[in-house]
Design a binder for this molecule. Structure first.
Ligand code: FES
Length: 568
């Protein structure tokens, strides 16, 4: 139901409502707005652009288009800044600040007068943070993403951030590419503004925002530099005014079934493991029952149909040219609940009816009969090493390593890893299991360090993959037999902290098992000697994060229930 209050929503407290209203009129006049002009919905537009976020370089033009759409529909656009989270420029990791952006955005939405909000994000943690905020604020909300960059060309081959960055760096570590060649390639890997051009976390979250109902139909994939991206901006502005008028809030359309749809799409796009953490956080804020096992089951039950790296061979621009998310949804229709609604009130089925199914080329999207991968499984692992769960993306792994037992080579921290991984005296073989401790949310902000580098002495021998495990995350653009998100993390005394060099570890992805071959008594003895660990900076935010952040299985959100109140 519509609840349009415009600029006079939530008056500033001066102890005299009449004066508060008068004062607001005074200051609105500095915007050229008079009370009689301001009867239409006010649409806040959250701006996450900054010079640090290179992926958001095109955002000012996109925001201009959104404002145009809002104004066209009779609304009043108001752009407001929030924290920007540049994936590549943030130390120790942008994940360390995701919850801060979510809280800041929620407060910005709820304390300033707006009848609807357009969330403009793109780079990895921005969209999840904005969706978390929108769910908690529960106002009519439309998500607009920056859109992916377009690929470059190096040595006659298309290249793009960041799967190719990792391929090229791996070849450099193996001695196959010189530093000069790497430098030459670097100029082509991110040639335009826009988010990473493959199915990394940014593109994954763009697709999930659309299927959850926050993004308008077909909004996930158009490139950042295209005219279509600006058109999406304008249409999203129009949609935000409609959402305000209809009064449709996230709580009206987020259900268990809409999250199950999102999990199915996560599998079909071969999406990022980071989305597991983000979906859990968003679902918990929405009060929806949704588990790691739901993600396991849904992603295992659908083939990968999007032919983008790292699961496939091409780029987001190819997926977009093949029709983007709506064409994918047509191909997995029977696995979706088409009755789920969106921010504009339409059901998923109605949205798809407006965009008829069309043939695809196979470059960006393939037919179910010829999938990129038979399953998009993100398997959930449990066992004495991960009592609260861990995940592995099987399409990104080496099939022969998905069932493997080997001796552990343990790195106590990221520092330890950096110092010893390339030590020629490191006792390691291709059968070893590389273990990284103390890289979880409390210890280190959960950086994307889970795809540990293959030790140079092995990569020079041609070893390109090994079983690796940690409480860290990995980039959506990365690949390998990598077990991630082990919970509880080592820093708070999870069993991962008890692993020692030489312990045997079994990974069995099909059975969903991660087992440390150490008896219970020894495990308990080792954990009794454990000391809490954190290498986060000594700032106020860090103290809040360390004290209140949840573990990966629940989405790593801040648990405000743990805060005690004043005694009086
Ligand atoms: Fe921003 Fe990849 S660095 S999306």
């Amino acid at each position: 139901m519509s609840d349009i209050q415009g600029f006079f929503r939530g008056l500033t407290q001066y102890g005299d409502p009449g004066f508060s209203k008068f004062l607001r009129s005074v200051f609105l006049s500095t915007m050229g707005v008079s009370p009689k002009d301001s009867s239409g919905p006010v649409v806040g537009i959250a701006n996450t652009s900054s010079d640090y976020v290179t992926c958001h370089r095109e955002m000012p033009a996109l925001i201009e288009a959104i404002s145009r759409g809002v104004a066209k529909a009779g609304g009043q656009p108001v752009i407001f800044p929030t924290l920007s989270l540049p994936e590549i420029m943030t130390n120790p990791t942008s994940m360390y600040l995701r919850n801060l952006l979510a809280m800041e955005t929620e407060e910005a939405i709820t304390t300033q007068p707006m009848d609807a909000v357009v969330l403009v994000g793109g780079c990895d943690k921005t969209v999840p943070a904005q969706l978390m905020a929108a769910v908690s604020a529960n106002v009519p909300a439309i998500q607009v993403v920056a859109g992916p960059m377009i690929p470059g060309l190096w040595r006659g081959q298309r290249v793009g951030a960041c799967t190719d960055c990792r391929m090229i760096w791996r070849e450099h570590r193996a001695g196959a590419l010189t530093a000069e060649e790497v430098d030459d390639a670097s100029k082509q890997l991110a040639p335009t503004g826009g988010t990473c051009g493959v199915m990394g976390t940014a593109s994954t979250m763009a697709c999930l925002a659309e299927v959850l109902g926050f993004g308008i139909t077909g909004s996930a994939t158009a490139s950042a530099v295209s005219g279509r991206r600006r058109e999406i901006g304008e249409l999203s502005g129009l949609a935000a005014v409609k959402a305000a008028q209809d009064g449709i809030r996230p709580s009206d359309y987020l259900t268990r079934e809409s999250f199950l749809n999102a999990a199915t799409v996560l599998g079909a796009i071969g999406g990022s493991t980071n989305a597991v953490v983000h979906l859990m956080a968003i679902a918990r804020r929405a009060g929806v029952a949704f588990s790691l096992e739901d993600i396991d089951q849904r992603t295992s039950d659908v083939p990968v149909l999007v032919n983008t790296k790292p699961a496939g061979g091409n780029y987001m621009t190819d997926f977009d040219a093949d029709g983007g998310l709506p064409q994918l949804l047509h191909r997995i229709e029977r696995k979706l609940d088409l009755t789920q609604r969106s921010s504009t009130g339409e059901t998923l089925g109605e949205r798809l009816e407006n965009i008829p199914k069309k043939p695809v080329t196979g470059v960006g999207l393939v037919e179910p009969e010829t999938p990129v991968n038979a399953s998009g499984a993100i398997r959930v692992l449990r066992g004495n090493l991960a009592p609260q769960g861990a995940v592995i993306k099987t399409p990104a792994a080496t099939a022969s390593l998905l069932k493997h037992t080997g001796p552990a080579v343990v790195f106590h921290s990221l520092d330890d890893l950096n110092q010893r991984i390339d030590d020629e005296d490191l006792e390691v073989s291709a059968d070893s299991v590389l273990v990284l401790q103390n890289a979880g949310p409390v210890a280190a902000g959960m950086p994307e360090a889970g795809a540990l580098p293959i030790p140079k002495k092995l990569s020079r021998q041609g070893v390109s993959d090994m079983v690796r495990l940690s409480d860290a995350r990995m980039s959506g653009t990365a690949f390998g037999t990598v077990v991630l998100h082990i919970a509880p993390e080592a820093a708070i005394g999870g069993p991962l902290a008890a692993v020692r060099d030489g312990d045997l570890i079994t990974l069995d992805a099909e059975a969903g098992l991660l087992e440390l071959h150490v008896d219970d008594a020894t495990l308990a003895q080792r954990l009794s000697e454990h000391e809490t660990y954190s290498e986060l900076p000594e700032t106020r935010w860090s103290k809040i994060q360390r004290a209140l952040v949840g573990q990966a299985d629940t989405g790593c959100d801040i648990d405000a229930n743990r805060i005690g109140g004043h005694d009086g």
